[in-house]
Design a protein around this ligand. Structure first.
Ligand code: ASP
Ligand code: MG
Length: 476
């Protein structure tokens, strides 16, 4: 039994990732209305006031990551297993699905035991969510999961048909049939166990196994989903459970980049990043991997290869930190996100506040306290839950809109002084004000006005010469 039940405390029950807007399984906000007397959420105009009240360089906080269930040895693991995961754009239409089937068959032909995890085709999940909200303003969480889990099943059934046509045997499985057991939190369930017997049996019969990503069956036997982007986590958990040699994440980009190429045209594809860097990148806005999947990969030492479906080129390897990585590049990348909300709360007991937020499943990131004022950030997708929790804790609160979080990430920061100095000198040069600065040993993050985010990312990418091939790392 590779995954044991999550034995962590409340922290381990925090959600996997922010749900994109429209997919919230909580109904509290609608019940309470947007705000009541106790909680006043004000908007951007108030920001200047808030900002003046807060010192610039605050107490340092680190990003916390979720606890991951402990793993037990898998006696049934077989050598030569590979997990290949294909994202929504990779299986976006029937032609692409057939290409993916061919790629899977080619890997199988090399004698590999292949488990493929597929996402829903194109925008299927978004469309299903939209459909649910056309029917009901507050879709029942259990039924919403029943509905949105079908996209991945469609992809897998179609891929199995295509693989048959290519002459291989294949079997598609739902998450539940594949033995993915989760907790009972609809919309952002966590995998607590993988019972891979059926997968092993099919692999032993030389079949290609297709597993519907993003879903499982809860300990109370309901269908659950793992949060948006959750197929990554399905794939990595399976790779851990099957003791696969590595997990290939096929996507529509060539790998993990030093910054978002839409903002920084000369952003460089990174050859290798450490688990810790990837965790910080995912937590800071890089969308290429679901945060939870990186946590699982790190905890079980699953090597990831993030690469393009549409080319044979190598992508980015996510692995254990290696000294050769740090020789070449101190900084890996600059990430940014517009998806984080900042809250400023007064006169509330700290323990009560964070207990209420944890109970509501709000994934708190930055936390800064000065006097009796607490500033914290949380994913925008958790906003309804956060509001309801703040009401329950009777907190006085400002909600600060219009900010972006920019993060500079690199494992080499641990051992190289002067990174903060260069960061803030760069910001001064371009006249951008950084607020709510927090650091970890390998990250400096801060919030800027939304409109300043792009030039901040560009300037930092330039200042740290991240486009230069001199900082290219060896493959590990
Ligand atoms: N189809 C789901 C989503 O859109 C899961 C995934 O693609 O990973 O989030
Ligand atoms: Mg994804």
């Amino acid at each position: 039994m590779p995954f044991l039940p999550d034995r962590g405390g409340p922290a381990s029950r925090r959600p996997v990732a922010a749900l994109r807007s429209g997919l919230s399984t909580r109904t509290a906000a609608s019940r309470h209305g947007n705000c009541n007397k106790t909680v006043t959420f004000r908007s951007t105009e108030r920001f200047e006031t808030v900002d003046r009240l807060l010192p610039r360089l605050q107490r340092v906080a680190t990003t916390e990551f979720e606890a991951v269930p402990a793993v037990a040895g898998d006696a049934t693991a077989r050598a030569g297993t590979i997990v290949m995961k294909f994202g929504g754009t990779s299986v976006g239409d029937p032609e692409k699905l057939k290409d993916v089937a061919a790629r899977i068959v080619a890997a199988h032909a090399e004698g590999t035991r292949v488990v493929a995890v597929l996402s829903a085709m194109g925008d299927t999940t978004d469309e299903l969510v939209r459909l649910a909200y056309e029917i009901s303003p507050r879709p029942e969480p259990r039924e919403l999961d029943m509905l949105i889990s079908v996209g991945e099943r469609i992809s897998c059934a179609l891929a199995a048909m295509a693989i048959h046509d290519l002459g291989d045997e294949a079997i598609s499985l739902t998450g539940s049939q594949a033995g993915i057991v989760t907790d009972t939190v609809h919309g952002k369930a966590k995998i607590v166990d993988v019972r891979a017997r059926r997968i092993h049996e099919a692999l032993d019969q030389d079949k290609v196994v297709l597993v519907a990503g993003f879903q499982g069956v809860s300990t109370s036997l309901d269908i659950t989903t793992l949060g948006r982007g959750g197929s990554d986590t399905t794939a990595v958990a399976l790779a851990a459970a099957l003791a696969a040699s590595h997990c290939e994440i096929y996507t529509d980009v060539a790998g993990v980049f030093s910054a978002d190429p839409r903002i920084v045209p000369n952003a460089r594809k990174l050859h290798a990043v450490s688990y810790d860097e990837m965790l910080e990148l995912s937590a800071s806005g890089a969308k290429v991997l679901q945060l939870r999947s990186v946590e699982v990969a790190r905890n079980y030492g699953v090597k990831l290869h993030v690469r393009s479906t549409f080319s044979d080129d190598d992508g980015t390897w996510v692995t254990e930190e290696d000294e050769r990585m740090l020789e070449k590049a101190i900084i890996s990348g600059v990430a940014h996100t517009f998806d984080e909300a900042v809250y400023r709360v007064q006169s509330v007991d700290r323990a009560d506040l964070f207990a209420a937020l944890a109970e509501a499943g709000v994934n708190v990131d930055t936390i800064i306290q000065t006097g009796d004022e607490i500033v914290f950030s949380a994913p925008l997708g958790d906003r309804d839950d956060a509001q309801a929790a703040l009401e329950r804790a009777s907190a006085n609160c400002d909600y600060i809109e219009g900010l972006a979080k920019v993060s500079l990430i690199g494992a080499g920061m641990k051992s190289h002084p002067g990174i903060a100095a260069r960061t803030f000198a760069t910001l001064r040069e371009i006249g951008v004000d950084a607020r709510f600065i927090v650091t970890s040993p390998i990250k400096i993050s801060f919030f800027v006005e939304r409109g300043d985010a792009e030039r901040t990312v560009l300037a930092l990418h330039e200042a740290f010469e991240l486009a230069s091939t001199a900082s290219e790392r060896e493959h590990v």
